[in-house]
Design a binder for this molecule. Sequence first.
Ligand SMILES: [Zn+2]
Length: 314
Amino acid sequence: MKTNPAEGFTIDFHFKFNAYTERQYYEKNFPVYIKELKKTGAERIVIHRPRPFLEQHKERLENMSARIQYEEIKPVLYTGIFGTENIIENKFLLPWVQRNKNGELLSYMNGGARSAMMCPASPYVTDYLAPRVVESARAANAKSIFLDIPWIMKGGCYCSNCKDIRESGGDNKKIVRQGLERFVNTIKKEIPGISLGVNSSAPGIYLHAWHGAEINNFKGLFEEYITEWTPYQWGQKPEVVTKCILNARGKAEGKFYHATICKDNNKNLYPADKLSALFKAILDGGALPWLCVNASNSQLIKISEAWRISNKIL
Ligand SMILES: [Zn+2]
């Protein structure tokens, strides 16, 4: 049976557009790679929001996005929602960082002040982050925005920005939910019709450490939910993938994507049969693949074949 998939997969291998000095490399390689990607079945490409967003970054983003769209691929803009931020370079952000009960700054992957997490209850979300995301999303003509790190770090935030919510009985979950609501409402007002997605991988994996990231805490706010989003998830088992997606789909309504790095524990791309089994498991769960892989041209061919097999495109 021959069927065409309604849509293809999303590819996210940290497209950078702030390497301004590498203009020659970019001019030579980027258009070729995009053409190859299109052939594999990619429908969307995730591009990452640079910090800071200078004029040359804007030019590159516009150029990149135009080339992607020329191949009829949709750009998706990536951003962290509550950081991370470099507080050493941006000291003015210090009043808005997440803090534990002892008043110590909370950071991502123990990165300290260079990767500080920002408090969802602080003005960071609407006054600092949202205008920058809007500017980037407009420059990229993004059709959707993906929010990563939608949580408070281990132990919870007890900074002065959280005080009012805590005194009225709110917990970490409520602090995150309200921060997300403020951000989503601001973005929707500025760019009506844009689709918003969120990293929904925490349940069952990191919930003990990252607060507020339960998928039911995102319910009704987003159009897209991405399960198993993590670039560090080596060796995914197809037999648990469908179960994971169905579980998430039982908790929120929207479009679902399942992230994978397509590699085993030795960082080798899965063999063709494992890759197509994984894609099939994702499709069986009612989701589309979100590939976090920096694939070479030969690996792209392998991915393409697996995608075609799992979609029954012969
Ligand atoms: Zn706080």
